[in-house]
Design a protein around this ligand. Structure first.
Ligand SMILES: [Zn+2]
Ligand SMILES: [Zn+2]
Length: 269
């Protein structure tokens, strides 16, 4: 029995308009024992994206939590439902994020800390997962290796308890920088083993995220199989998440992952 611990809702404006209850129903049909909603928390800065749709609006947070709470009660005998956030680690905006987390301490154990934005200069935060064109354009402009190294440094900061005791200690899709990797060539400068060692050393766990399988320029899980093998070797814990932005995406590929694990287990034996 699985729990899907990375699920979005209509409260962020870049997903589907599927009702929260439809996500719950799909989770039940998929045989899950739990579902954790992790809507994008409001950004601690003005949204740099053209459509300003990266995250939930501050005025919607209470309604989001109330909606999850209502479903948790309604379905309490059928499935466990929790409310968390997917928080953006935004370098330089830590105090704003701390103030947000102080308001919602009960959500922290169910939350994910992700890097979607890197600070390319004091006034510019670049979104690494928006689309292929903006990524390749930025890579050609500043160099793909520079962009990767910037991402690595930002993830290292996210892994260094940037919000002290309030830090959600689960790192989201740690290699999101690979999302458009088939669209360009780069000699990956990131020391992934070192990053995974840091995850472990600092007491974080991994968001084992299945959204990447559906991305045409990537096609794998985050982290990929090789990183997961290393993570398991060093005893790093992980939690599975579909990163669903539509109800039918809940628990996507969870079965495949299970079969792969059984296969690798058989091989080891
Ligand atoms: Zn999203
Ligand atoms: Zn994310």
């Amino acid at each position: 029995m699985f729990t899907d611990r990375h699920v979005h809702t209509p409260f962020c404006l870049h997903g589907s308009s599927d009702a929260l209850e439809n996500y719950v129903k799909f989770a039940i049909e998929s045989g899950l024992e739990g579902i954790t909603f992790t809507e994008h928390a409001p950004l601690p800065m003005e949204d740099p994206l053209p459509d300003k749709d990266s995250a939930m609006k501050t005025e919607d947070v209470e309604a989001y939590l109330a909606a999850v709470q209502e479903l948790a009660l309604k379905y309490q005998d059928v499935i466990k439902i929790d409310a968390g956030f997917e928080l953006d680690y935004i370098e330089g905006k830590e105090p704003v994020t701390i103030a947000f987390l102080e308001k919602y301490p009960a959500c922290i154990p169910h939350s994910i800390l992700s890097v979607h934005f890197v600070q390319v200069n004091p006034d510019e935060y670049f979104c690494v997962d928006l689309d292929r064109d903006s990524f390749t354009q930025k890579g050609e402009e500043i160099g793909f290796e520079t962009l990767y190294t910037l991402y690595e440094k930002t993830v290292q900061k996210a892994l260094a308890l940037p919000y002290g005791k309030l830090t959600p200690k689960k790192i989201g899709h740690i290699n999101l920088i690979h999302k458009f990797q088939k669209a360009y060539t780069v000699k990956d400068p990131i020391d992934w083993k070192k990053l995974l060692d840091t995850v472990k050393a600092n007491g974080y766990i991994l968001d084992y995220n299945f959204a990447g399988i559906d991305k045409p320029d990537y096609g794998k899980t985050y982290p990929d199989a090789e990183m997961m093998a290393y993570a398991k070797n060093i005893g790093l814990a992980y939690e599975m998440g579909s990163d669903a932005h539509a109800a039918h995406e809940v628990a996507r590929y969870f079965d495949t992952a299970l079969h792969l694990e059984e296969a690798s287990y058989t091989e080891e034996v």
